[in-house]
Design a protein around this ligand. Structure first.
Ligand code: C2O
Ligand code: CU
Length: 469
């Protein structure tokens, strides 16, 4: 039940009409949240990743489910969550992508002390931006293991004014490394040295596949979230009328049709799609992922034969109402910082991969030559509140990195002209050998993490923080 409920986000009006309470569906009711926290207990659990009848995999979960309970709030409202640590190691909750108050960011050692086993911590913050976000632990040295085991959940912030969509669905993509006994394998030192821990068992909402029927002329909003530790989800959309309306929570400048049906989502990334029920009857339609050449189906869509949702399909959507991010960036005034990503293996002259001499496994990767353990408490950069910052993210290594910034949304400078990509991100994929320029307004005071969201890289040194004073 909780999984089904978190896949299908029912329209509130429909719920009222059916006389079903939100609690019956396991969704936190809005309004009550302010007085009483939603309690999320992180604890051991189990999951049948191969569907019913499959062997149970020992996992970690919030309130026993992966993804954890869906947290919903309306834009501008307060979220009040109490994390209870039922694990045998410290943990926290980080609210990925939310432009949050610094003290609530959940970065252990930077914005709060880790919550010890048996302890609890209250997270109470307002959500400034509508969109799709997620939560997960952020405890250096154990983040990758905790996420790997299933500790994550989704935060949906509804638009202040409801949109014209008939259904709202989650597609939470994860990959798992399982042994022959069906149990989770720990990441290996080679994972940290290479592309991070890439699992071969791919799930959506912890199931092998989602299937839904679209009524004729129905419009659905699909919120795709990549929670995998290190995989860049190479998603293909086929046989559908679809529009990308938001990326990393923030509305795109204008909804666009994915180029060649492809969307590459870095780990931690989100894409919100509108999909219309105008499918060819009987033709295959859905969403799949390319897993090293093998096509893995994630969502199978078909056209229902019943009554249409409306007599004609909705017109192509206009832009979603913007979250009031700073509009125009005058780059002449920006403060510029270079961040060089390096470390890991190198290619020698004969094209063979050369591994660094065995050293500290937490110092394989670095920003500007410094691994996270070597920052000596110093920020990677520090700026005054209100400063426009540009970062030149230069990847000198032979692997890709997904650089994630806390507390802010950034824009990506188009490489060939002076324009911006028509969307905002909180993580940016920088392929091997590439340099990507991003800009953001440092308007959120505090100490913020800056790290590779390929979590095995983060824990092997590619992590730091910056300060907005
Ligand atoms: Cu998704 Cu620093 O985190
Ligand atoms: Cu990386």
């Amino acid at each position: 039940m909780p999984l089904a409920a978190s896949f299908v986000l029912p329209r509130r009006t429909v719920l009222a009409g059916l006389g079903v309470s939100l609690f019956a569906l396991g969704l936190p009711a809005r309004g009550l949240a302010a007085a009483n926290p939603t309690i999320l207990t992180a604890a051991p659990a189990s999951l049948k990743l191969g569907g019913e009848g499959a062997p149970a995999t020992a996992t970690l979960a919030y309130n026993g489910t992966t993804p954890g309970p869906l947290i919903r709030a309306r834009q501008g409202e307060e979220v009040f969550v109490r994390l209870v640590n039922g694990l045998d190691r410290p943990t926290t909750l980080h609210w990925h992508g939310v432009r949050i108050a610094n003290a609530m960011d959940g970065a252990a050692g930077l914005t709060q002390d880790p919550v010890p086993p048996g302890g609890s911590f209250d997270y109470r913050f307002t959500v400034p931006d509508a969109g799709t976000y997620w939560y997960h632990p952020h405890v250096h040295g154990d983040t990758a293991r905790q996420l790997n085991a299933g500790l994550y959940g989704i935060l949906v912030v509804e638009e202040a004014q409801p949109l014209t969509v008939d259904r709202d669905l989650l597609l939470v993509i994860d990959d798992w490394s399982l042994g022959a006994d069906g149990q989770i394998l720990p990441a290996s030192p080679a994972d940290a040295m290479h592309a991070g821990r890439i699992g071969q068992k791919i799930t959506v909402n912890s199931k092998p596949l989602e299937e839904i029927e679209l009524a004729p002329n129905e419009r659905l909003r699909l919120r795709i979230v990549n929670v995998a530790n290190a995989r860049v989800a190479a998603i293909a959309v086929a046989g559908l009328q679809s529009y990308v309306v938001a990326i990393d929570g923030q509305p795109t400048n204008a909804p666009f049709v994915p180029e060649n049906g492809r969307i590459d989502l870095p780990p931690g990334g989100r894409a919100d799609l509108f999909i219309d029920g105008v499918l060819e009857p009987g033709a295959p339609a859905g969403i799949a992922m390319n897993n090293a050449g093998e096509i893995v189906e994630l969502l199978r869509l078909s056209q229902a034969t019943g009554a249409p949702k409306r007599s004609v399909a909705l017109p192509a959507p206009g832009p979603l109402r913007s979250n009031k991010l700073p509009a125009d960036f005058a780059l002449q005034k920006a403060k510029r910082f270079e961040i060089v990503m390096d470390g890991g293996p190198k290619m020698n002259a004969s094209g063979q991969m050369q591994h660094p001499m065995a050293g500290d496994p937490q110092s394989i990767w670095s920003f500007n030559g410094i691994s996270s353990s070597g920052h000596g408490g110093k920020p990677v950069f520090s700026v005054k509140r209100g400063t426009l910052v540009t970062l030149g993210l230069a990847n000198k290594s032979i692997f890709s990195h997904a650089i994630h910034l806390h507390g802010h949304a950034m824009r990506i400078l188009h490489p060939f002209d002076d324009g911006w990509q028509p969307y905002w991100v909180d993580s940016v994929l920088v392929k091997d050998g590439e340099t990507v320029h991003v800009a953001f307004l440092a308007d959120n005071p505090g100490k913020w993490m800056l790290h590779c969201h390929m979590l095995e890289h983060q824990e092997a040194g590619m992590s730091g923080w910056f300060e907005v004073t």
